[in-house]
Design a protein around this ligand. Structure first.
Ligand code: BGC
Length: 762
């Protein structure tokens, strides 16, 4: 056995160092009652030590996403065998999860199965677009299907639980983790969070093809001051409720199995110890009965935060604050038992956490069969299957946003006979996989160059030059990024190709590891010598299509002035290049819309469309109004924006009535016609403004959208229902209210180009 343990440890280290990586229930009341009875009967058998054990989560590779706890491997193994650990993260593959589970099942007294968690953020081995990119599809059915496919691959690898979706509203391009979420809008974040949760969890957690989801990071993490990761968050109670919490509330309502809290403080209180967030709101008001895992070491991080002198104080604050499981932090392990024995923490609090954890394990069916996810044949057939690759291609195509297309330079026209593909990211097969790539195999993405070669007609000659190397050295989750600041060695070759080609496709932007955790930047332009490269190319050939790869909004001011076509492709996953190829050659008509504003320069950040009016909005004033003297205050490319190869004409907004009261509703409808020559999809967007309220309200807020598909000449009428709930907000009395009075209603293709009508709520 000893030898087996050694093999396991070595295996885990080898495997995992390589990667970093009441709610609505679908069970009948009787099934829920049965689960509750089973939870109670297990709890009744447990010692205090075993209960606290359930509240610990160990990492399988000891030091992956943050500083290690100091618990030695030997100690971890010993505790595993005694059944004094509830969960592990970063243990993947049937082989390894089975071995770790066996440690518990064959040695421990009560044989309570482990729950294995992992960061499956945009795919397990098949990579789908990074979450920000996929949100640009505004296709909720697609998001549900990619999450379901990721769940199947994950479950097939023995893992029960993903730490996703991230639903942190973020308005700051400097924050590296903006790429992991759904952008700046609470409504869109909530919609896609629910779609992803439904995809991961399916209709039954006990089904071995579904996994538990995790609503993270609760809460406010995306509002880190100045976009610097882990930084202080200062938001008022109204902003918290109206902007940050809606996706979390929707997730709780949708029955998400778990929550993760966040590293940040809010107004002086680290979220990990916030009994307001975790106990009062989530567990009490929202009546949610899953469990909350801390973020990596976030309980112990209350020491450097300066509110706990040691791990014991940190554990006390966290458990009282409602954190149920300590992820790799060592605080619960070292202190919870003595805190209970000293009477500082009641055993009821511990029982509540343990029941929550056991409940999820029962829901997953782990007590019926702890090895139920350990099926090698399913692992072999599901992971990286052809069907999942097809889905990855569909998702990638739908996530692309066409930002500019002067003189319809795209799709590439028949007269083009030669194309020079230029840029440091053009033949990069790794960056398409993005950051947080779970078990993706290095360099397994289809590069843009490969996609162009595959989709270009034979009549077109395709050549390639890298121009410059963007990054030098190691590229992975934890390695610091090294950018080549003066590599112009490939400029001459690139210029020559550009000069001798009909069209240039410039593939530039960010390395995959420029965004993600700990990847905040003050510069959101093109790093390295990409600017110089672009300028030199543009001097010799004006027919340039820019294909952007990036995980955050970038400063595109120069490009917008000088480059006729700009295609936003994010990091699209395994099939990146094929999706780009289909778009460039008109095999798919772009339909994505930005989930986040693109600024005119970094100084505008944080920038978002749903701003407040301020007391001095008036643009006609000479100086003393709310603006910048050196740049506009609006976005270069606004939230919701994206072009198509066809044109959509909007009719006039029709309201079924121009006033309504509490028990009533009205409908707003609009006809949209495809007046171009190509079939296409359009995202019709509804925004609302409450003109006078008990607190200041945004100048517009997304309140509905529908993605429609139209053949040339075809038209469809899109309708939205407006009721009191849609208009409600968390007001001055700290309650959700709907104000009687005037509202503006807007419909259009993006947050800027909108038609406006007025109605009255009585
Ligand atoms: C991140 C979480 C992640 C966890 C486990 C942390 O550093 O903030 O989002 O789920 O690590 O990998």
């Amino acid at each position: 056995m000893k030898k087996n343990l050694l093999v396991l440890i070595v295996g885990l280290i080898l495997t995992f160092n390589a990667c970093k990586v009441s709610s609505q229930s679908n069970k009948s009341p009787q099934q829920e009652k049965n689960i509750e009875q089973k939870v109670d009967s297990v709890l009744a058998l447990m010692t205090l030590e075993e209960k606290v054990g359930q509240m610990l989560q160990y990492n399988g590779s000891w030091d992956v996403t943050g500083p290690a706890t100091g618990t030695t491997n030997e100690k971890k193994l010993e505790r595993l065998k005694k059944g004094l650990v509830g969960s592990m993260l970063n243990v993947v593959s049937v082989k390894h999860t089975r071995e770790a589970q066996r440690l518990i099942m064959e040695n421990s007294r009560l044989k309570i199965p482990l729950i294995f968690g992992y960061d499956v953020i945009h795919g397990y081995q098949t990579m789908f677009p990074v979450p920000l990119g996929e949100t640009a599809s505004w296709d909720m059915n697609l998001a549900e299907r990619t999450a379901a496919a990721a769940a199947r691959e994950t479950a097939a690898s023995g893992v029960h639980w993903t730490f996703a979706p991230m639903m942190d509203v973020s308005r700051d391009a400097r924050w590296g983790r903006i790429m992991e979420g759904a952008g700046e809008d609470p409504f869109l974040n909530a919609e896609i969070a629910v779609a992803r949760i439904n995809g991961f969890q399916g209709s039954d957690l006990a089904n071995e093809k579904t996994i538990a989801a995790c609503a993270k990071h609760f809460a406010g993490y995306g509002f880190a001051e100045a976009g610097r990761d882990y930084n202080t968050v200062n938001i008022g109670i109204h902003e918290l409720h109206n902007t940050i919490l809606p996706p979390f509330k929707a997730a709780a309502k949708a029955g998400v199995a778990t929550f993760m809290n966040s590293f940040n403080e809010i107004d002086g209180v680290p979220a990990t110890s916030s009994s307001y967030l975790q106990r009062e709101l989530l567990k009490q008001d929202w009546n949610w009965n899953g469990f909350i895992v801390s973020d990596w070491g976030s309980i112990s991080e209350m020491i450097p935060h300066g509110i706990a002198k040691n791990k014991k104080e940190a554990a006390l604050l966290a458990v009282k604050g409602g954190s149920d499981m300590d992820m790799e932090g060592g605080a619960y392990e070292s202190s919870l038992i003595s805190l209970v024995e000293e009477g500082k923490v009641s055993e009821e609090l511990i029982d509540d956490s343990v029941k929550r954890i056991l409940r999820v394990k029962f829901q997953l069916g782990l007590f019926d069969d702890p090895y139920k996810y350990c099926d090698e044949s399913f692992e072999n057939s599901e992971v990286y299957s052809d069907a999942n690759q097809q889905l990855a291609l569909e998702a990638a195509k739908k996530s692309i946003v066409l930002l500019k297309n002067e003189n319809n330079i795209l799709p590439i026209q028949d007269k083009v006979k030669s194309i020079a593909v230029i840029g440091p990211l053009a033949d990069d097969k790794d960056s398409p996989l993005g950051n947080w790539r779970a078990q993706a195999v290095k360099n397994s993405g289809v590069s843009v160059l490969e996609g162009i070669k595959k989709h270009a007609p034979n009549s077109i000659k395709v050549t390639y030059a890298e121009g410059t190397k963007l990054s030098a050295g190691e590229r992975n989750f934890l390695s610091p990024l090294t950018i080549n600041e003066n590599d112009t060695s490939g400029f001459a070759e690139a210029k020559e190709l550009a000069e001798n080609s009909d069209l240039v496709i410039l593939v530039v932007g960010e390395d995959a590891f420029q965004s993600g955790e700990g990847r905040s930047q003050t510069n959101i332009g093109f790093l390295g010598v990409q600017d110089e490269l672009m300028k030199e190319i543009q001097e010799v050939n004006k027919n340039v299509v820019m294909v952007l790869m990036n995980g955050r909004p970038m400063d595109l001011t120069w490009s917008n002035q000088h480059i006729p076509a700009i295609v936003e492709t994010w990091f699209l996953g395994s099939q990146h290049g094929n999706a780009v190829g289909e778009i460039l050659f008109g095999k798919y008509n772009p339909s994505g819309k930005l989930p986040v504003s693109f600024p005119r320069n970094v100084g505008q950040e944080p920038l978002y469309y749903n701003q407040k009016s301020t007391g001095r909005p008036n643009e006609n004033s000479e100086v003393t109004y709310s603006h910048y003297t050196d740049a506009g205050r609006d976005a270069l490319f606004p939230f919701g924006f994206g072009l198509s190869y066809t044109n959509f004409e909007y009719g006039k907004i029709k309201l079924s009535d121009d006033s309504f009261s509490a028990s009533e509703e009205i409908k707003a409808s609009i006809e949209v016609r495809n007046t171009g020559k190509m079939a296409g999809e359009e995202v019709v967007q509804l925004y609302i403004r409450d003109l006078f309220a008990s607190i200041t309200r945004p100048i517009k807020e997304l309140k509905g959208f529908e993605k429609i598909s139209l053949q040339p000449g075809e038209s469809k009428t899109v309708s939205f229902t407006i009721d009191a709930e849609l208009l409600s907000y968390f007001g001055r009395d700290k309650k959700w209210v709907t104000d009687p009075g005037k509202f503006h209603l807007f419909i259009g293709p993006n947050s800027r180009d909108l038609q406006q009508v007025e109605f009255q709520y009585k």
